[in-house]
Design a protein around this ligand. Sequence first.
Ligand code: COD
Ligand code: ATP
Length: 196
Amino acid sequence: MAYEYAIALTGGIASGKSTVCNLLRLYGLRIIDADAIARQMLDNESDAISKLFGKEYIVDGKVDRKALGRLIFSDKDARKKLEELLHPKIRAEIERQSEEQDRLKGPYIVDIPLFFETGNYPIEKVIVVYAPREIQKRRLIDREGLSDEEAEARLNAQIDIEEKKKLATWVIDNSKNLKHLQQETEQIFNKITKYR
Ligand SMILES: CC(C)(COP(=O)(O)OP(=O)(O)OC[C@H]1O[C@@H](n2cnc3c(N)ncnc32)[C@H](O)[C@@H]1O)[C@@H](O)C(=O)NCCC(=O)NCCS
Ligand SMILES: Nc1ncnc2c1ncn2[C@@H]1O[C@H](COP(=O)(O)OP(=O)(O)OP(=O)(O)O)[C@@H](O)[C@H]1O
């Protein structure tokens, strides 16, 4: 059965999900953050990461996220291995937190970057934060200091943003400036709170 009050929020890499979530949090919505859950899960898996990919991915007892990112976005098999290790644990924790939030009643957001890629979450309403691929790429390069090739590899690891947009219940357009994003987000916030 679907979580009654959950609204998924997704998009492409660097399309603006975190920026939108920060605004929605300010407006008072509760947020479950899959990236934060994934970070916690990874912190507990240094032994498994060392065994799977080598000791060089552990620095001072902690996973070197930058180095692991470089590996998994350039090597599909490595990415699959990491996902097999982490995704069942991430999903279980998202489901645990969603059950907890559902009991409180009233809408809440579940920010899941790979909502469509990993599939089958029992959540019926989906917000897609949209920016055209070229803008996504520019913001990704500016934020991470990646090369064009590295940015392309990260974009190619996900379903194309135009496909995700077609699957959305609501779209937040983030192809313009931050003021425009705020207006877009406010409109969706009003719809969500009216709809429930
Ligand atoms: C590879 C890791 C260590 C890189 O860490 P880094 O701090 O550089 O990036 P961060 O975690 O902030 O992720 C940024 C974005 O990358 C994208 N991304 C991350 N993992 C993947 C993946 N396996 N496939 C496609 N896109 C991904 C997402 O859009 C995410 O929002 C990290 O992304 C990770 O542990 N990934 C595996 C877990 C996962 O799939 N997380 C994302 C969804 S829950
Ligand atoms: N409208 C905008 N104009 C300019 N820069 C923006 C805009 N929206 C977001 N950004 C910047 O683009 C980058 C990506 O935004 P953000 O981190 O919110 O995306 P994300 O979808 O959460 O990314 P990820 O998938 O990597 O977690 C950030 O550096 C952010 O400050």
